[in-house]
Design a protein around this ligand. Structure first.
Ligand code: DGT
Ligand code: CA
Ligand code: CA
Ligand code: ZN
Length: 587
């Protein structure tokens, strides 16, 4: 286990001790040790090997043992026992924003709160507001947090759902009875969140397929078991539907269960206008057409969704576009864009390292980018105002720039590393770093990490003012949402798109699966105004570079072509785009 992961384990111990009402000094000792580990300059393994860990300031002898055990084995009996001794409901309370260990303990001691449900009752009765240190405002915020959790709890991040769905699809495809199988539903449309998984399989004989699907490991409950449809509930809360159809019906079923509902309704109307009734079963003459018969194509004519669209006079509509947002009209006019593909991307520039809150070093990130075949990797660690993320001040940032230049010179990596920053946009609209320092960088990502509660007008002014600075190449995660967790801050997005177009600032499509920000629904407008998109994984560890793929799905949903996306450009052209404003500006 590395020092960051060990720090997290120590933080968890501190939290658990806090809930248990342990001695505050003991709690503090764990917190201090966690922070010490996070900021460790030396390699933890070396410290342990040389027996010098207990001499590090902030780490006592009792903790030395625990840290060594975590480092060696990746687990700790003490932590496991602590976890086991805690009512599960109490731990869940920590997921409500605004509740930490201390508050949970007070709620438990004074009101007997031991679950989210009992907290809700206590809030609704007004008991929480009466507690010292809580008050009406806190109580209202807790109730809101509970309501959000319920609204969000039913859906899952696309990325997480995909990870669960992939092996199931592979398994289905591996069954001897299965001729074809696909994802359907919102997962296939690559919606940012997914309610449940849908699978369609083609097989002459459904029974063995259903048997396999409903008896896999990791199933909590089989909620339906039929000859054409079965449903299961999986560990982690996801539900999954499987429909098994005869092979001739497959393209119709796949199309129908891919949705969306709005798209299906529009397509069915189009079929009706041609005298055809379209369903998951196939095409048949529309009612009332018996007198004036239409020619129904023989089933063999429709092998694929392409065939189905063609029969209805349309070019193929990729699943991502099937949201009932004008895709049928565009397909009719042969006017659908050629969508961005994953292989069009050549790199990305919003990524973090251990210099701020990332888990991997510059070298490790570069090695990972090499493995992915990227042409360029931009490092944009946090700036100093993000102190909770260990943001860089001018001195540390310039040191990092030098290290990056050196690493490029050394030629150890194929990927070209670009030196940037994710500079905080402060509440007054100014930037967290001086122009002088920003001028040393290859590019600047401007992001908001604080002061979320402004009203729309003030927030929009703040962003527009930030965009004035000619060093700014990219506006990071423009609306600040965290999917299933936190709403966007209030912002006049059309005004920001307008300003970005005028100033030649690109907007980020942050591909971190929790963000996917700017939302896909805005990108057609943005692209039509000439705003360029830059897709970035916002990776905080080497494996996070792979998030880029989630961004590709969102860009496709936003009707974006490769030409709309900056990081499809070869390095020289890409850099020129990022720096064009700075070059134009007169200082
Ligand atoms: P989700 O699961 O909430 O993320 O969204 P979907 O789109 O996956 O919805 P789901 O799983 O309820 O159904 C899958 C698809 O099946 C849906 O996108 C369209 C089709 N479908 C389901 N129910 C209906 C319906 O009542 N009418 C129509 N036209 N289509 C339906
Ligand atoms: Ca679904
Ligand atoms: Ca479903
Ligand atoms: Zn950020």
């Amino acid at each position: 286990m590395d020092s960051k992961a060990i720090a997290e384990a120590l933080e968890e111990i501190a939290l658990l001790l806090e809930i248990k009402g342990e001695n505050p000094f003991k709690v503090r000792a764990y917190q201090t040790a966690a922070r010490t580990l996070e900021n460790l300059e030396e390699d933890l393994g070396v410290l342990i090997d040389e027996g010098r860990l207990s001499a590090v300031k902030g780490i006592g002898s009792a903790l030395t043992q625990k840290i060594e055990e975590l480092h060696r084995t990746g687990s700790l009996d003490y932590l496991d026992e602590l976890r086991a001794s805690m009512a599960p409901g109490l731990m869940q309370l920590l997921e409500i924003p605004g509740l930490g260990g201390k508050k949970v303990k007070v709620l438990h001691d004074k009101l007997g709160v031991d679950s989210i449900e009992s907290l809700r009752r206590a809030c609704e009765a007004g008991d929480v507001a009466k507690l010292a240190g809580f008050g009406e405002k806190t109580q209202a915020k807790l109730l809101q947090g509970i309501a959000n959790r319920e609204a969000y709890g039913k859906r899952h991040l696309w990325w997480d759902a995909f990870a669960v769905a992939e092996p199931i699809l592979e398994g289905l495809r591996g069954l001897p009875e299965v001729v074809r199988a696909e994802h359907a539903g919102s997962l296939r449309r690559r919606l940012e969140t997914v309610g449940d998984l849908d699978f369609i399989a083609a097989a002459e004989e459904a029974e063995p397929v259903m048997e396999w699907f409903t008896s896999r490991p990791g199933i909590l409950e089989v909620t339906a078991r039929g000859s054409t449809k079965s449903s299961i509930r999986l560990e982690g809360g996801l539900q999954a539907d499987l429909r098994v159809v005869p092979p001739a019906q497959f393209p119709f079923a796949l199309h129908h269960f891919t949705g969306s509902k709005d798209h299906n309704v529009a397509l069915r109307q189009r079929a009706l206008a041609r005298g055809l009734s379209l369903s998951e079963w196939g095409l048949s003459p529309a009612e009332g057409r018996e007198k004036r018969p239409v020619k129904v194509p023989p089933p063999g004519d429709v092998q694929t969704e392409e065939d189905l669209f063609r029969l209805l006079g349309l070019t193929h509509i990729p699943p991502e576009l099937r949201e009932g947002m004008g895709e049928i009209e565009a397909a009719e006019a042969n006017d659908l864009p050629e969508l961005l593909r994953a292989e069009d991307l050549r790199g990305a520039i919003h990524n973090h390292t251990t210099a701020s809150d990332g888990r991997n070093t510059l070298e490790e990130m570069a090695a990972a980018a090499d493995e992915l075949g990227w042409d360029y990797l931009g490092i944009a660690d946090h700036s100093k105002a993000s102190f909770q993320a260990n943001g860089l001040d001018e001195k540390r940032l310039l040191r990092q720039v030098a290290a990056i230049r050196e690493l490029n010179e050394a030629g150890t990596h194929r990927v070209r590393i670009l030196a940037g920053v994710e500079c905080d946009l402060l509440s007054d609209g100014s930037l967290d770093l001086s122009d002088e320092v920003l001028g040393e960088l290859d590019y600047v990502v401007l992001s908001i990490h604080s002061g979320f509660s402004m009203d729309e007008a003030a927030m929009t002014r703040r962003v527009l003012q930030g965009l004035e600075n000619p060093h700014v190449s990219l506006l990071g995660h423009p609306t600040g949402r965290l999917l299933l967790q936190r709403e966007s801050y209030r912002l006049d997005v059309p005004a920001v798109i307008e300003a970005a177009a005028e100033r030649g600032v690109a907007l980020e499509l942050n591909a971190n699966p929790r963000r996917l920000d700017l939302d896909w629904r805005w990108w057609r407008t943005a692209a039509s105004k000439g705003v360029k998109c830059c897709i970035c994984p916002d990776a905080h560890h080497a494996a996070g570079l792979a998030y880029l793929e989630a961004g590709v799905g969102m860009a496709r949903k936003g009707w974006l072509r490769a030409a709309d996306v900056l990081n499809t450009r070869p390095l020289p052209e890409f850099l020129e785009h990022l720096q064009a404003r700075r070059k134009r500006a007169r200082w």
